[in-house]
Design a protein around this ligand. Sequence first.
Ligand code: SAM
Length: 209
Amino acid sequence: MASGCSGAAAFWDQRYRDGSDGWELGRPAPPLQRFLQADPHAPQPPGLVLVPGCGRGHEAALLAAGGFQAVGLDFSTEALAEARRLHGDSRAQLRWLQADLLDRQALGAQGLGAGSLSGVLEHTCFCAIDPSQRDAYLAQLHHLLKPGGWLLGLFWCHRRQGGPPYGSDPQQLHQQLSGAGFVPELWEPAQGSLQSREDEWLALWRLAP
Ligand SMILES: C[S@@+](CC[C@H](N)C(=O)[O-])C[C@H]1O[C@@H](n2cnc3c(N)ncnc32)[C@H](O)[C@@H]1O
């Protein structure tokens, strides 16, 4: 996979175009949907919430339907064209943003500056980026979230070599999130994952208030 940003976006564009998008569920990930809709510990609206690497936008649309102000962000033109086709154009409750998650200046110019977010929903963006960028990914979330802001995520902790999707070790990931300033409220094997996605861990972490 190309390492530069535009090369990386082109890589993902091509995967959408040629249909090698094996990650696509056609719906929000079941463990995240169940948690958001039924768990008493789920973060509650209102609030501005970012879905990084939103792909076709199923989770961003779910958050918007649940009363959050959702931003689905992706650097792939193809992904966002699909998100708009499936869920409609940007509107008050649901906005699509084409940018590299790690580009602080581009996000700031779109109103996503330091402490602007109530929450982040992570689903298969963390496993899509090169592991060498994981610290930068977490530092960027830390920068964007308000004090007390939340990170709800489904982390794919498979053990296969290579990627994307790159695997994770749950213990190491716990350490990495803690080291990045997040405090765990929930960190456990996910319930209700699809068969092809065993080894997912459900996470709710917060920045200190
Ligand atoms: C494996 S796909 C997952 C898409 C979606 N989250 C889902 O589960 O259906 C990873 C997505 O992350 C996007 N992506 C990867 N790195 C990114 C970055 N640095 N900034 C913005 N988007 C990124 C890709 O374009 C791709 O759409």
